[in-house]
Design a protein around this ligand. Structure first.
Ligand SMILES: NC(=O)c1ccc[n+]([C@@H]2O[C@H](COP(=O)([O-])OP(=O)(O)OC[C@H]3O[C@@H](n4cnc5c(N)ncnc54)[C@H](O)[C@@H]3O)[C@@H](O)[C@H]2O)c1
Length: 463
């Protein structure tokens, strides 16, 4: 659905009105385009003394051929030289240079006094980040810090990043990657994602990286040879997920209810995928999914995207509306996972990706059923992650306001508020959710398990 305000804001009269009334001016965000570099523009790298992830950060920047700059930091220069990354000199007084991304390794910050390192690095360049740019801070997971003082300082990074996300405007996203002390080699997929236009609408988020096997993958086709199933794939976010997973190399089985057969066929045809027209609440849905994937080498990825809203205040809600929403959005995913995990229905290094919602984080008027179901999805991820075996992972995305038929049905005033009340001053696109799902689905994301990442442009709701 089109954002008429954004279109208006780009017209000469719109620019005039918006400037004079102090209204939010949504900027067109950069999004992924095939056959373009991961990062279009220069990156400035920094590190606090004694940081432990600079070597891996330099390795990733080298892998993506980033045009990299750094100030006078001997440790960082050494880490870069070791992996063959050419780092151009950046002089702090240089106010002319502009950066598309700024990456700071804060893992060496040992205590709260040393948080000044953040100020020293970011203050001088705060105005030198380009439109739709990135601020990425890499920290040490507080739980894996050797001292309480360091854990406290590392926990503080989250507040810094979230405030930067709200402050820098111009479509700049700010995110934090927290890496376990022994998991440096697992951070590549997260850093590649956050530094690229794939993460256009992901801001104020924390991605937690833990130790896992590192698999060799083709970054241009990270899902080559994989079979993925996407529920609710005939339209909206599910359709975008099917396209993105197919673009990344997967064979996609598109699942939706039989009433959606025509659209389901269309989507599957567009991506050379196959279809499965069933209701996910059917008792044998898990079995049918396993059977559908069997001829494609078994299932590697399942995306639980299908979902419904049936909004009513609790006082006015009929019991069948409560049950329906909980059943489709939560219980069906639980049953399908149980079946697949207990009947060898998911291949080794399999991926389960769920779709929650910021309504499940913040709650929402008229959505007691929906919010409970989507908070339950977060529980599903949190409590399933630790018990998974064979390299299987489970993670969730929690979309905010995304331009789909679901949000088009919201009354105008509420819709307009939902669309603007975020750091990007606009709604996200289905592809933004899909790209984040592709991060979790990637064979490279072995170290991502139990994460919930919001795709909400840093919505004020539940923040
Ligand atoms: N649009 C948003 O802003 C937004 C925000 C937060 C979360 N979400 C979540 O994202 C997901 C996709 O949302 P959307 O906006 O694309 O919705 P949508 O209504 O456009 O699409 C949902 C799809 O799920 C299918 N579906 C519903 N019940 C099913 C069932 N029992 N079995 C099989 N398929 C079924 C529908 O037929 C439809 O094709 C949902 O889980 C939704 O809750 C959306």
């Amino acid at each position: 659905m089109s954002d008429q305000y954004q279109a208006f804001s780009k017209s000469p009269i719109g620019k005039f009105v918006i400037k004079n009334l102090g209204l939010p001016a949504p900027l067109e965000l950069d999004r992924f385009e095939s056959a373009t570099p991961v990062l279009k523009g220069a990156v400035l790298v920094g590190a606090a003394p004694n940081s432990i992830f600079s070597g891996e950060i330099a390795q990733v920047l080298s892998n993506i051929h980033a045009n990299s700059y750094a100030g006078n930091n001997a440790e960082l220069q050494q880490a870069a030289a070791k992996v063959g990354l050419t780092v151009n000199a950046f002089n702090e007084g240089d106010k002319e240079s502009k950066f598309k991304a700024v990456v700071f390794d804060a893992s060496g910050i040992q205590n709260s006094e040393q948080l000044h390192e953040l100020y020293s690095f970011f203050h001088p360049i705060a105005r030198q980040i380009q439109n739709s740019g990135r601020v990425i801070v890499v920290g040490l997971t507080p739980e894996s810090a050797p001292t309480i003082q360091q854990a406290i300082a590392q926990r503080a990074l989250e507040g810094f990043v979230k405030a930067v996300g709200k402050e820098f405007k111009k479509g700049i996203a700010a995110d934090l990657i927290l890496v376990d002390a022994d998991a440096a080699t697992n951070l590549e997929s997260s850093l590649r994602f956050l530094i690229s236009p794939r993460s256009a609408y992901v801001s104020g988020q924390v991605i937690h990286v833990s130790k896992a096997n590192v698999l060799d993958i083709d970054w241009a086709k990270p899902l080559a040879g994989k079979t993925a199933l996407v529920t609710g794939a005939s339209r909206g976010i599910g359709e975008a997920i099917a396209h993105v997973l197919s673009r990344d190399g997967a064979h996609v089985i598109c699942l939706d209810v039989p009433q959606q057969q025509a659209d389901l066929d269309r989507v599957a045809h567009e991506i050379g995928g196959s279809t499965l027209a069933i209701d996910i609440t059917a008792a044998d849905a898990g079995e049918q999914i396993k059977v559908a994937a069997a001829s494609k080498g078994g299932l590697d990825i399942i995306v639980h995207n299908a979902g419904v809203t049936r909004d009513k205040t609790l006082a006015n809600m009929k019991p069948e509306l409560w049950d329906m929403v909980i059943n489709i959005n939560l219980s069906a995913a639980e049953r399908i996972n149980d079946y697949l995990l207990n009947h060898s229905g998911l291949n080794e290094n399999g991926r389960i990706v769920c779709v929650s919602s910021i309504s499940g984080i913040a709650g929402n008027l008229g959505q007691t059923n929906y919010a409970a179901s989507k908070a339950g999805v977060i529980g599903l991820v949190k409590f399933t992650a630790p018990v998974l075996k064979d390299g299987i992972t489970i993670n969730a995305v929690a979309p905010g306001f995304i331009e789909t038929q679901m949000t088009a049905a919201i009354p105008f005033a509420i819709r307009e508020a939902g669309r603007r009340m975020n750091s990007m001053s606009q709604g996200g696109l289905p592809v933004d959710v899909a790209e984040t799902i592709a991060l979790f689905a990637s064979s490279a994301s072995t170290g991502l398990n139990g994460n919930v990442v919001r795709v909400c442009g840093q919505s004020l709701l539940g923040a």
